[in-house]
Design a protein around this ligand. Structure first.
Ligand code: NDP
Length: 610
């Protein structure tokens, strides 16, 4: 690589060879590319369905089926559903029913109770509605039980328990033209009607399992991290896994989830085997208790201001002050558009496209060298440290932040089984086999993540049948088709909250809140205009889809060079159902502005109200 003089002037001397790093990255990617892509995982149905049973409820819950009608049904009681409920209540909607498969509100925080579970996005931004509920999290990064409790607090504050159907899974949603209502069937025999439906299913809600030969032969105790079985391990989310004393435990996966629970497994298991396919990037955490003096200093409107400040900084914008000041803002400031803007200011001119690409690539190498050095400095055994080094660009996989993960490998009872990108070979009755070697285990934890890249309706677990019998699975078979990510033509009064052609941001609840406000606005306007149905026109949907496709080409090359993972549909960045494939490519700052301006304009452009 011929480094531009301007880049050398900006970045100083380089103590690495960028070409050698690029070659290494591509070789590591190639080692992991597989022809079966997302098909390597098995769907958690049939003989695998026990992996998604709810371990947190008392068995035996029963109720009579419902055949009634409500104004709004919200499907999903996680942050998307809670925010939709809150904003609709604020807008004066009384007749709301939340339907939720789990035994309580909380969504991802209901399910993910594994030891060490916490949120690595700053809690003062991440936990929704803090000012509305007059609540301040205990730490800069909250632990899972506090977030679950906060979810329930939101549900109580906005009266969402009233009329809710918990432990209830939707099996079909069908539009009834004659009554202009949705008919919702559930696995509890309900057949209820609703004028409006808000879908808040969550993007990472369906656990996935690797399609490893022998997975059903394993007689060891097995479960997925999102259904942690404390009746077996003992302890709780804060640790104390006394049930693992004397046990040989295996864990498959080293993503963001595994990184948080491995320190606890290492502490309690007699022997822990970590089966690694690709190492994560592990940066500094530095969690801290909330400072009461800081809380005293807060003024009204602080949370929105903090969320906006964070969102701008992690999406390429500039701010005078970095209020959150953590690893996220650091990497985004140094590795994205902000770095380019700052560099331009220093040079006194705009960087050309080549300079821009080079600045970002070289900054990335420098950052990842820092991450790799961190592994080397913390992990005593140099061979082990080497195996824990990630060889890809920072945003190829989700960056992780943890202070106890790497030191866990210094424990004598913890063994990293590096599969060199190949993954686990097979399972036998009592062992995990890698490259011909058997590792005997009593318990095996699948930290293998969640289904991504499959169709929306498959992940939801049911289809939506709109006007004229049109199935959503058909309408979206060639890729998502929405307007502002929230509505689809032929599916009146139905709103999608989440990652369907919207803009994603690190602080996911921020995006959900903007969507919830938008839906509440549309429903309020419809009510004020005395209308019964709201549907996006075919033209508005097409225009928006065109815009999405035009903007979404932006990151394709970047992800093509990445090591496989769910960010690039396991090495298939062109997958239309992929995690980032159909995002609003101009980013969340612009997306939130688009929604806000659309509301301010007031004509409900693109919608047909009847
Ligand atoms: P991931 O999909 O990120 O990780 C799955 C892991 O399983 C990877 O390490 C993967 O390896 C490994 N794996 C899959 N198949 C095999 C196999 N056959 N053999 C060996 N290893 C295998 O799931 P997570 O649950 O860790 O995280 C999912 C997401 O949840 C995160 O990316 C994040 O968005 C969110 N999360 C957020 C947290 C927060 O603090 N806010 C905390 C935890 C999760 P490979 O990399 O090679 O594919």
């Amino acid at each position: 690589m011929q480094i531009h003089a301007s880049i050398e002037e900006l970045m100083g001397e380089f103590d690495f060879d960028p070409d050698a790093l690029k070659t290494k990255y591509l070789a590591e990617r190639d080692k992991r590319i597989r022809t079966d892509g997302i098909e390597q995982y098995v769907e958690v149905t049939a003989e695998y369905s026990r992996y998604i049973d709810d371990p947190y409820i008392e068995p035996g819950f029963e109720r009579e089926p419902l055949f009634d009608e409500v104004e709004v049904v919200i499907i999903g009681g996680g942050f998307g559903g809670l925010l939709a409920g809150a904003r609709l209540r604020e807008a004066g909607f009384e007749d709301i029913r939340v339907i939720e498969k789990a035994g309580d509100f909380g969504g991802t925080w209901y399910w993910n109770r594994y030891p060490g579970a916490m949120c690595d996005v700053e809690s003062y931004c991440y936990l929704p509605l803090l000012e509305e509920l007059n609540y301040i999290p205990k730490h800069k990064y909250s632990f899972a039980p506090e977030i679950l409790e906060h979810s329930k607090r939101i549900a109580r504050r906005y009266n969402l328990y009233e009329n809710a159907c918990l432990q209830t899974g939707v099996v079909e949603l069908r539009w009834d033209e004659s009554s202009a209502r949705w008919i919702i069937k559930t696995d509890r025999g309900d057949r209820m009607k609703a004028q409006y439906v808000a879908m808040a299913n969550g993007p990472l809600s369906r656990p996935k399992l690797p399609g490893i030969p022998g997975i059903n032969d394993c007689k060891g105790y097995t479960f997925h991290t999102s259904r942690w079985d404390y009746s077996y391990t003992g302890g709780d989310s804060s640790g104390g896994l006394t049930g693992l004393t004397g046990k040989r435990v295996g864990i498959i996966g080293t993503g963001a989830t595994a990184v948080q629970c491995i320190p606890h497994l290492g502490e309690w298991a007699e022997q822990l085997y970590v089966f690694q396919r690709t190492p994560s990037s592990i940066d500094v955490r530095n969690n801290a208790e909330t400072d009461p003096a800081w809380v005293e200093s807060l003024e009204s409107g602080w949370q929105q201001q903090r969320m906006d400040n964070f969102n701008i900084l992690v999406n390429g914008g500039d701010q005078d002050e970095d209020l959150v000041g953590d690893g996220w803002t650091d990497i985004f400031r140094n590795l994205t558009r902000v770095a380019v803007t700052l560099a331009g200011r220093k040079l006194g001119r705009r960087l050309n496209s080549e300079e821009r690409a080079q600045l970002l690539e070289l900054s990335d190498y420098r950052k990842m060298n820092q991450i790799r050095n961190r592994a080397e400095n913390i992990v005593e055994d140099p061979v082990l440290a080497e195996a824990l080094k990630p060889w890809y660009r920072q945003f190829c996989k989700r960056p992780c932040f943890h202070d106890e993960y790497l030191p866990t490998y210094n424990r004598p009872n913890v063994t990293l089984v590096d599969t060199h990108g190949k993954g686990v070979e097979r399972l036998t009755e009592n062992a995990v086999v890698v490259d011909g070697t058997s590792y005997e285990i009593d318990c095996l934890v699948f930290a293998t993540g969640f289904e991504v890249g499959t169709s929306y309706t498959r992940r939801a677990g049911y289809d939506i049948i709109g006007r004229g019998g049109k199935h959503l699975s058909d309408h979206w078979s060639e890729g998502l088709r929405t307007y502002h990510g929230l509505q689809s033509h032929g599916f009146p009064n139905c709103f999608f909250l989440g990652f369907t052609q919207t803009a994603i941001t690190v602080n996911v609840p921020h995006a959900l809140n903007e969507q919830a406000k938008h839906v509440a606005y549309i429903l309020s306007e419809s009510r004020a205009r005395d209308k019964q149905t709201i549907e996006v026109t075919a033209e508005a949907e097409q225009d928006y889809v065109d815009e999405i496709r035009r903007l979404s080409r932006l990151g394709a090359r970047f992800y093509a060079e990445c090591t496989p993972g769910y960010y690039n549909s396991e090495g298939e960045p062109g997958n239309r159902s992929g995690f980032f494939s159909e995002m609003y490519g101009a980013g969340p700052i612009q997306f939130f502005k688009v929604l806000e301006q659309w509301r301010a304009e007031g004509s409900l452009e693109g919608l047909d109200l009847r």
